[in-house]
Design a binder for this molecule. Structure first.
Ligand code: ADP
Ligand SMILES: O=c1ccn([C@@H]2O[C@H](COP(=O)(O)O)[C@@H](O)[C@H]2O)c(=O)[nH]1
Length: 207
């Protein structure tokens, strides 16, 4: 049996990574090809030991906020057709959930997240590296709507976090990581041509 193909999808928060991933997944679900999806956000470090007031102050846009060591271990296991105990994370309480999910490997593994291309230890595990490149003002507007609707945040907290960590860390870590990508996707999660090109490359690799 051949080694699973691992596709990393990165870019700023609100750039359209999740939508692009969902749309790519649909392409393969329609064709009946098994695909497994992972999210880097699930690997945010557990903060059970900290009070809520401290958790709220954390810099979630620094590479150290993620347990990338565990993600490396999990991707290596999946590449060897082994199952993993996939962590789950809660944005409202800023910590890991107690329950994990038993996840089996698949011929295509897609992982999406902001810091994937900024971490050297992860690079050898990726077969295709994609960067979703969306202007930051559009990312901010999308993030505002989403974080207020889905992640229990206020307009003020989103704006403060954006100025203090999201924007500076984007310029320090995420934006430079685009140069390690194989493909840069403009127009966010709905770029039909990018989806077709990537789908066809994956199909060729699976032959
Ligand atoms: N090309 C697009 N056009 C319109 N809305 C989009 C587009 N791409 C993403 N969105 C919307 O923007 C929000 C953030 O996108 P998402 O994929 O969650 O970003 P990310 O995963 O990069 O943080 C979502 O509500 C999504 O539906
Ligand atoms: O507890 C948390 C954990 C993360 N965040 C923010 O989430 C984004 C990354 O998620 P996307 O789905 O790519 O937007 C990151 O910019 C963190 O700032 C958070 O606010 N709280």
């Amino acid at each position: 049996m051949s080694t699973p193909l691992v596709i990393a999808i990165s870019g700023a928060s609100g750039s359209g990574k999740s939508l692009f991933t969902e749309n790519l997944l649909k392409e393969f679900s329609d064709d009946g090809k098994p695909v497994q999806i992972l999210r880097e956000d699930h690997y945010y470090r557990s903060q059970d030991h900290l009070p809520m007031s401290e958790r709220e102050k954390n810099n979630y846009d620094h590479p150290k906020a993620f347990e990338h060591e565990l993600l490396v271990e999990h991707l290596e296991a999946l590449k060897n057709w082994k199952a993993i105990e996939y962590p789950h994370y809660c944005y409202k309480t800023h910590t890991r959930l107690e329950q994990t999910e038993h996840l089996i490997s698949a011929p295509v593994i897609i992982i999406e997240g902001i810091m994937l291309l900024a971490n050297e230890a992860l690079q050898p595990l990726f077969d295709i590296k994609i960067f979703v490149d969306t202007p930051l003002d559009i990312c901010l507007l999308r993030r505002m709507k989403r974080d207020i609707a889905e992640r229990g945040r206020t307009l003020e907290s989103v704006a403060n976090q954006y100025e203090s960590t999201v924007k500076p860390m984007y310029h320090q870590f995420i934006s430079p990581s685009r140069f390690t990508a194989d493909v840069i996707v403009t127009q966010g999660g709905k770029n039909r041509i990018a989806l077709d090109v990537i789908k066809s490359h994956i199909q060729q690799s699976l032959l």
